[in-house]
Design a protein around this ligand. Structure first.
Ligand SMILES: [Cu+2]
Length: 580
């Protein structure tokens, strides 16, 4: 599996590299060429010489020469990874209930590079993404006085970096390439790693007259805006410790939201005019020859290639903006882009406090970072949109939902309400865990197994994952359950059943998007063994049962899921449930 993944990576890389070169040759004014492609030993003017290569290893991890105090350092593991990004995964506009404009329908999927978070330094198990962040990278959270260390791995096709706003850094951790003496982290070569260290000093934290937390942008900044246009953007959230809970979240806020208003320029992207992204050409197309176009044609092409997005999603396709009535919701609003990126975030029905003003709009220029505080006092589904008329027409809107007090629907766990919490470092998550036991009176001939453990969950996987060529192994209390699904995503045997729920509908046996949704049923002798082990250690870490009518015991256990080279772990609470 390791080998196969490497091959996929190489294909992506080759195709991406060719794309990068094609783009370079087409736009003569772009000063970027891919380092290492010239046979000449003297780099051409404007050539980016990577400052860190894979051979050099990670030379970072210091702050002005010193290794920061580990007790005060929050360490993140972030890779830049190619991803076939869909600006409108629903394929329609669910808010206005209409089809997408023709230029979008035919070209809503393109290759991006995103910042994705890993659980640890192995860079094998990716953290489950937070849907409401869309294309944004993981939120890096810190409070005043701490350090943020980011081990960055470039899996993209060109030199990349992480350049933070607001925090304090030395030249090596600046993440931007320019003369003289670009720092070590300013151009991380494909395949290379570098650990940035940023200090969250007093100037990086909210002042006494500011809201209790604020957001800073980070983005790739080897050269210019092209890297942000690839999707390499994220946020750092800094809290004032005087107004923070013990877990570092702002204590005067119930929930956080983050929205990036940005027009993505897709005029250089290979328009994947496909309904099935799996059929997208993962290979270089021949470079287009010189085409004579009128000025009007050029303008039209440029305009049709604009994606007016909130968090990289258009026409109401951004989900997860959910809150409960009465909650104090903090919106981190940011803008990025070019001269067309002047945006006015406007919330319907709710008012926000921004700066010294109560308003319902926030103005954003490229690079703006503003906090807007809302009390979600009117239940319903409401519009959040850019108030620039053309931008709204072109799809710069989303829906946010305020659930009524009688029926709160927004999740309440801290990691769901706030970004960047340690609890959110999950790569495997179960929505349902249910142990079914055949009632004593029912005969074995009924076909019911004596015991079945049913799990419904999701786990991160490489994108794309060829399911039928992948080995899955579940480990529970020392017992191993092996599954080898077919191209329909099903694997059934005497030890249980694995069903992949989000397999591509196009019959190629792939899972796209990097998250695999599955149902897993464990049964048979191995499960009995595992449960016997569990019962032996029931006193260890058992949690409160669900209560109610039945007095059920609940035992916690570790479930490991090995997919290829990646090992995922989750703690589950096994609650005995009656058979149907
Ligand atoms: Cu706008």
């Amino acid at each position: 599996m390791v080998h196969r993944f490497a091959v996929i990576g190489a294909v992506l890389f080759f195709w991406g590299l060719s794309r990068g070169l094609a783009a370079t040759s087409m736009t003569a004014s772009t000063p970027v060429t891919i380092a290492g492609t010239s046979a000449n030993s003297t780099p051409a003017i404007g050539t980016i010489q990577p400052t860190v290569t894979a051979e050099m290893g990670d030379r970072g991890g210091r702050f002005f020469g010193q290794i920061p105090d580990p007790a005060k350092t929050r360490h993140y593991y972030i890779a830049a990874e190619p991803e076939l990004w869909n600006f409108a995964p629903e394929g329609m506009d669910p808010i206005c209930d209409r089809i997408l404009p023709p230029n979008v329908i035919l070209n809503r999927v393109s290759w991006k590079i995103r910042y994705v978070q890993y659980a640890d330094a192995d860079f094998t198990a990716r953290v489950l993404p937070e849907p409401r962040l869309g294309i944004l990278g993981p939120v890096l959270r810190a409070t005043k006085g701490e350090y943020i260390a980011v081990t960055f791995l470039n899996r993209g096709w060109l030199p990349l970096s992480m350049h933070p706003h607001g925090v304090k850094y030395d030249k090596d951790s600046e993440g931007s390439y320019y003369k003289p003496n670009p720092g070590l982290g300013s151009a991380v070569a494909p395949g290379a790693k570098f650990t940035y260290v940023w200090q969250v000093d007093a100037a990086a934290a909210p002042g006494p007259n500011e809201p209790s937390s604020k957001a800073w942008l980070y983005h790739s900044h080897v050269t210019g805006d092209e890297e942000a246009n690839l999707g390499l953007i994220g946020l750092i959230v800094v809290t004032d410790p005087a107004r923070a809970r013990p877990d570092g979240t702002p204590n005067d806020v119930d929930r956080e939201m983050a929205v990036l208003f940005k027009i993505f320029d897709e005029s250089n992207s290979q328009g994947e005019a496909v309904e099935d992204p799996d059929d997208a050409p993962v290979r270089p197309s021949p470079p287009a020859g010189p085409v004579k176009r009128t000025w009007a044609e050029v303008q039209q092409i440029a305009e049709e290639a604009e994606r007016h997005s909130i968090n990289g999603l258009i026409f109401g396709n951004l989900g997860g903006l959910e809150m409960n009535q009465g909650e104090r919701v903090r919106w981190y609003t940011v803008g990025l882009g070019s001269e067309k990126d002047f945006h006015v975030a406007h919330w319907h029905a709710m008012r926000v406090q921004s700066g010294q003003t109560t308003t319902d709009v926030v103005e954003l220029l490229p690079g703006s970072m503003k906090v807007a505080d809302m009390v979600a006092d009117v239940p319903g589904a409401w519009l959040l949109h850019c108030h620039v008329a053309e931008h709204m027409t072109e799809g710069m809107f989303a829906r946010f939902t305020v659930y009524p007090t009688e029926k709160p629907g927004a999740p309440s766990q801290p990691e769901a309400r706030f970004f960047g919490m340690p609890q959110s470092l999950q790569t495997l998550k179960f929505k349902t865990v249910e142990l079914t036991e055949r009632p004593p009176g029912v005969a074995p001939a009924s076909g019911l197994a004596r015991e079945e453990l049913f799990l419904d969950g999701e786990v991160t996987v490489p994108d794309p994952l060829p399911v039928a060529r992948t080995q899955f192994q579940v480990e529970l209390a020392g017992q191993h359950f092996d599954f080898k699904p077919d191209a329909s995503g099903l694997s059934a045997g005497q030890d249980g059943l694995l069903l992949i729920k989000n397999i591509s509908p196009y019959g190629n046996g792939n899972v796209r998007g990097g998250t695999l949704q599955f149902e897993l049923t464990l049964k048979g002798a191995k499960l009995r063994e595992a449960l016997a082990m569990k019962n032996d250690s029931a006193g260890n870490g058992s949690q409160a049962g669900s209560g109610s009518a039945r007095t059920t015991a609940s035992h916690s256990a570790s479930v490991h899921l090995q997919i290829g080279s990646a090992r995922h772990t989750a703690i589950i609470a096994i609650t005995d449930a009656p058979a149907h």
